[in-house]
Design a protein around this ligand. Structure first.
Ligand code: KIV
Ligand code: ZN
Length: 502
């Protein structure tokens, strides 16, 4: 019987807590829906006690998704555990994920607890958690730098107290595949009650070994891998879900593993996340990078044309990357547009279809050919749009060599009033952002500004992402237009709306 490996996705917890990856509630819900369609086994929805916003999103995700288990992280304290339980209790399949550090350095300097105190805490609080919920995951933080015999004692106590999953995190990304294999094997042999529980791993990528270490754990019998879409997470990130999944699928015989994940949803989940957090993956990123399935060298192209398997170990379709299709244009009808949405796996209500089709037509008027990427950007952008306090009414910008750039911006407020301001700047974008600040009465710090073209060609749409920081909060604004200045203004206005509403 192949080993069933559960995929535990931590994009919304470990991923979301990393710099530049924060998401608001709408964005987290969109991501949770993507993960449900990807059929991950467990969604770690957040760390409920860390903030009221985290609590609210764990609760909302618990109410929204039905198939996967929904987990909240909690330290081994009663308050953390109670809060986690409050947030996930409404889920169809709730889990509480408790953790405490077990390495000498963490126990001495961070916890200031002796090994025996840690054991006692595990005994009482894992049992307390199990009194609330049947599905209890226990993590020994910094497991890979812990003493193995102590780790086995801690895990034995956790199993006695009712833990159902034992997680072995490589918290600081320090271990190697051989060590991980040996550690999991050792724990499976030395933890009392090991046969009753699932062993899991959670690897960070500080040495670029997160995927390799996770796969080594599977080889040693781990039944759960914790990972994140596009490998986001603390510091160098977590093991990338797409890499772990495609390695286990492509080399299923070697790993003797089977998964419940629908890999054909990987591309969509990855591009949705990139768009939401405004972080593109590197072009050469395994599986989801723009070049992952591109064959440039003549000799490779020749081979692929003769037989794809000469240079392709998996097909683009296996991750849901559509091979290029006919582009749509201004003569394409509603039916063709609807069909294209379906083939892209985008499901919309009839009202949303009307709205999306109107936007598609407007775009097709300005742009000869509308590609699949344009359509995805258009529809997903709409789904993520937050409520608007201000909407762009019109703008005029001017710049040239030897003169200051200037911008006149006109925004329509929710109450219908039109508000205008002008400003100068070193460039058009700066001038436009200053004019918007003057209208909305905020002066956020622009922490990041990125622009990329959604498709190819001079008439490609520009997609701009801004990260705005104001009063201790960071928000991501997005804007899309053929005109990059308009895309920049729209992105800034969308960020400002979030600051004013969320
Ligand atoms: O890296 C880590 O150790 C963690 C635990 C909380 C699982 O994220
Ligand atoms: Zn982690």
């Amino acid at each position: 019987m192949p080993n069933h490996v559960k995929i535990f996705d931590t994009t919304l917890r470990d991923g979301e807590q990393s710099p530049g990856c924060s998401m608001n509630l709408t964005e987290k819900l969109e991501m949770a829906r993507q993960l449900e369609k990807l059929r991950v086994d467990i969604i770690e929805a957040g760390f409920a006690i860390s903030s009221p916003g985290d609590f609210e999103s764990v609760r909302a995700i618990s109410e929204t998704v039905r198939t996967p288990v929904v987990a909240s992280l909690a330290r081994l304290t009663q308050k953390d555990i109670d809060t986690a339980w409050d947030a996930v209790r409404v889920a169809q399949h709730p889990r509480i994920h408790v953790f405490i550090a077990t390495s000498p350095i963490h126990m001495q300097y961070k916890l200031k607890m002796s090994p025996n105190e840690v054991i006692e805490r595990v005994r009482t609080l894992v049992a307390y958690t199990r009194g609330l919920v049947e599905d209890v995951e226990f993590s020994a933080e910094d497991a890979t730098r812990s003493e193995w015999d102590f780790l086995a004692r801690v895990f034995t106590e956790a199993v006695r107290a009712g833990a159902t999953t034992l997680n072995v995190p490589d918290t600081v990304g320090y271990t190697t595949p051989d060590e991980m294999f040996a550690l999991i094997q050792y724990l499976r042999r030395n933890v009392e009650g090991a046969e009753k529980v699932v062993f899991s791993t959670h690897c960070h990528n500080d040495l670029g070994l997160a995927t390799a270490n996770s796969l080594a754990a599977v080889r040693a019998g781990a039944g759960q891998v914790e990972c994140a879409i596009n490998g986001i997470g603390e510091r160098a990130g977590n093991a990338a879900l797409e890499e772990v999944v495609m390695a286990l699928k492509t080399r299923a015989g070697y790993f003797d593993a089977e998964l419940g994940v629908d890999a054909t949803r990987i591309y969509r989940a990855s591009s949705a996340l990139s768009r939401i957090i405004g972080q593109r993956v590197a072009p050469n990123k395994a599986i989801v990078g723009a070049n992952a399935f591109a064959h440039e060298a003549g000799i490779h192209q020749h081979g692929v044309l003769a037989n794809r398997e000469t240079y392709e170990i998996m097909s683009p379709e296996s991750i849901g990357l559509p091979r290029s299709q006919m582009v749509l244009g201004k003569h394409s009808g509603r039916h063709a547009f609807d069909e294209r949405l379906k083939s892209l796996g985008i499901h919309v209500s009839p009202e949303q279809l009307d709205e999306a089709f109107a936007k598609f037509k407007a775009l097709a008027d300005r742009k000869k050919q509308v590609s699949d990427r344009d359509i995805e950007a258009l529809v997903l952008g709409d789904r993520l749009a937050s409520e608007e306090v201000y909407a762009l009414e019109s703008f005029v910008v001017n710049s040239g060599s030897g003169i200051d750039a200037s911008a006149n911006i006109s925004l329509k407020k929710k109450d219908g009033s039109i508000q205008k301001a002008s400003a100068l700047g070193d460039g058009q974008v700066e001038a436009a952002f200053s004019a918007i600040n003057a209208i909305v009465g905020l002066n956020p710090e622009l922490r990041d500004y990125t622009i990329h073209s959604v498709s190819e060609g001079e008439d490609a749409q520009g997609e701009v992402t801004v990260k705005l920081f104001c009063d201790g909060r960071m928000v991501t604004g997005r804007g899309l237009s053929i005109d990059v200045i308009e895309a920049s203004i729209r992105a800034y206005v969308s960020g400002v709306n979030k600051l004013l509403i969320d």
